[in-house]
Design a protein around this ligand. Sequence first.
Ligand code: F6R
Length: 639
Amino acid sequence: MNNKESISHVTPGKYQESKFEKIHSVVFESASVASKVVAKEIADSIKEKKNKPFVLGLATGSSPIGVYKELVRIHKKEGLSFKNVITFNLDEYYQISRDDNKSYYSFMHRHLFSHIDIPKENINIPDGEISEDKIQDYCVKYEDKIKRYGGIDFQLLGIGRTAHIGFNEPGSNINSETRLIALDEITREDASSEFNGLDFVPKKAITMGISTILKSKRIVLLAWGYKKSNIIAETIEGEVSTTAPATFLQNHSNTTFVLDKESSADLIKFKTPWLVKDINWNDNKKKKAIIWLSKLVKKPVLKLTQRDYKENGLANLVDSEFNVYDLNIWMFNELQKTITGWPGGKPKHDDTNRPERALPSRKRIIIFSPHPDDDVISMGGTYARLIDQGHDVHVAYQTSGNIAVSNEDAEKFIEVMYSFISSPDVKKVLKSVKNELGKKKIGDADSENIMKLKGLIRKSECIAAANYLKLPEKNLHFLNLPFYETGYIKKNDPTYKDIKIVSSLIESIKPHQIYAAGDLADPHGTHRICLDIIFDSLKELKNKKFMKDCWLWLYRGAWQEWEIEEIDMAIPMSPAQVIQKRNSILCHQTQKDKVMFQGNDEREFWLRAEERNNNTANLYNKLGLAEYQAIEAFKRFYY
Ligand code: F6R
């Protein structure tokens, strides 16, 4: 990990941390530290130019926001002037009006231009309002203007999950210049929360071309989070190809990728470090390497030979061990120990080699569910077992999940209530909510009444699932955390209020086990926020006596799954238990069929969950363990 002050590029060829990497990259502990370092390089380069023009290429999106914040700070606190800076933005949606708060014109003013001393005439952003017949001419002129200024001195980039830079989507050619382009569906999906739904995301954009970008003297690309890890590895280590336009940066001699831990996680040097350098082996690294080897040579662990290890870059592991046979047995036992049908611990049994403690035999348990259905989607099988095995199970729904109920579903519920209830007062309220729904325009927030109605619909679905699994309704806790209640897809930042609500519940129940979603790839970031709120609550409670007996288990499932080597507890499911889990997911009727927010996976949640649980079971089986129908997996988190 790097916390260097500078990320200046080292001549390609001289810099080579791993033989697989074709682009210089620097990895930081966090995006905020990295953003400060990048801002400093920009500020220093502006200063170096003295009073001569400095041509700065700029990006929008979530990635550069930290850099802009730091540039504003340097301007305000350290007097950095932007009087001689000429900016060219990479792209703009088409068609969009400048004043639309989703336009890149608005974005740039909101985050940077309105807070610094850059002259208006120095700002260049592609015009999203230009008429279609003038676009070609306009794009040539944009390109010429960059040339007239002597080209871009420093180009800041983000990267899309399609490997676009600017909006150069797959298929973009190395010779491409500024032009109108159709946006890829994945890109539109990623922008959908900004636009309050996929249907409202523009289909086109004006973007600088690959060749425009490659002519820049210095390029820095920013990428944060797991969402980008695949594409970053493909771009740095893959072959140059139009299907991943960012790979063209391999041809540029002064490019640096600035990454955080998450976005760099799929690089070979982190994913399979034994292929790159000598390793100081510990149990975790051994597990990771052996499971990788077993998958690679398609053999169960107990059948791996010395030759398999040696021929696949693991000679150093074999040499450090007594013999391969013992190493394989050790690995097999480690995997075997994770499997248990007793997620709350097996009473009256030796628990030395079990994932959970036997005592107390009846545990108090809180299952935290970020949305009102993650509990059953991600751990419906385990949830049912914990109830069947007599534990005091509580489920806490952190958010109301109201935004994911469609207006049509909300109207359906109003109709039923309207026909069912005779009270004129209630009918009046229902009629006014129906009117509010009817009047809602694209991009309007849900009103308080609509939010309340939609939240109640989801609440009723949670109650149906709990009834089905035989959990008393009094054990359900609807926390309706305030950070979520905006009426928009975009949420507020969490505050102490959110933490207090969660910590009060934990304190009142004093649980022996907490289950929480460690699933950090959900498209709107709600899972990450909900987990951070739990971490902050646990920090706040850490000196309480009950906390020393409180274990935290993280589940995944709605959006991603644990790697096998990360799993500490694997709960097998029989075919009948799989059906039971499916039925509990299906209680969430508004999240069926046409799911409003489902990420890039078009399948319904029950199908995704079943496939993931099946895959985990298959993987265990391929590694040489017993063959189960499905497995739910958990990782213990030591806080
Ligand atoms: C924006 C742009 C895009 C973004 C990319 C990543 O001007 O050109 O290439 O940089 O889509 O977006 P974020 O940073 O939001 O992940």
